[in-house]
Design a protein around this ligand. Structure first.
Ligand code: HEM
Length: 117
């Protein structure tokens, strides 16, 4: 049980790295008007959702009470990120505001994860 939880935490953190990497890869392309929502952003965001839900399940499996308010807010933040990514997926050129919002919201979720108990 502990191993499964640890694997999910590792994947959860890799997902965060994937989102930031995806955003940063596109930053230099903003000036040329060629920045896109890439697979790293989309797939890593989905990975966060799947591993996050799995981690909530693991908390129940370990008889721990999840902080539902915190989980709810983190899920909401992630949904906003996913909507931003999906709505802009087909665009030839994505604005720095969209990229910055996706990256900034991901960082916000790390802050919530770490500081909110
Ligand atoms: C961009 C989105 C997200 C980021 C950057 C993120 C980040 C993190 C980080 C850094 C941790 C480890 C630190 C800690 O446990 O205090 C963590 C843990 C956790 N996350 Fe997330 N998270 C995101 C989305 C989600 C979502 C959507 C859910 C739920 C559906 C979720 C559920 C959890 C749970 C339950 C833990 C605790 C695991 C445990 O201690 O057993 N996360 N998250």
């Amino acid at each position: 049980m502990e191993i499964l939880r640890n694997v999910l935490v590792v994947l959860h953190i890799i997902g965060f790295a994937g989102i930031l990497a995806g955003v940063m890869m596109q930053m230099p392309k903003v000036k040329e008007g060629a920045a896109k929502i890439n697979g790293a952003i989309l797939h890593s965001s989905l990975l966060m959702l799947v591993t996050g839900l799995g981690l909530v399940g693991m908390m129940y499996a370990r008889d721990l009470e999840p902080n539902n308010m915190k989980i709810g807010v983190k899920t909401l933040v992630l949904i906003v990120m996913l909507v931003l990514a999906l709505v802009n997926k087909k665009k030839q050129s994505v604005s720095p505001a969209v990229l910055g919002s996706i990256g900034g919201l991901a960082v916000l979720n790390v802050i919530l994860a770490v500081f909110w108990h």
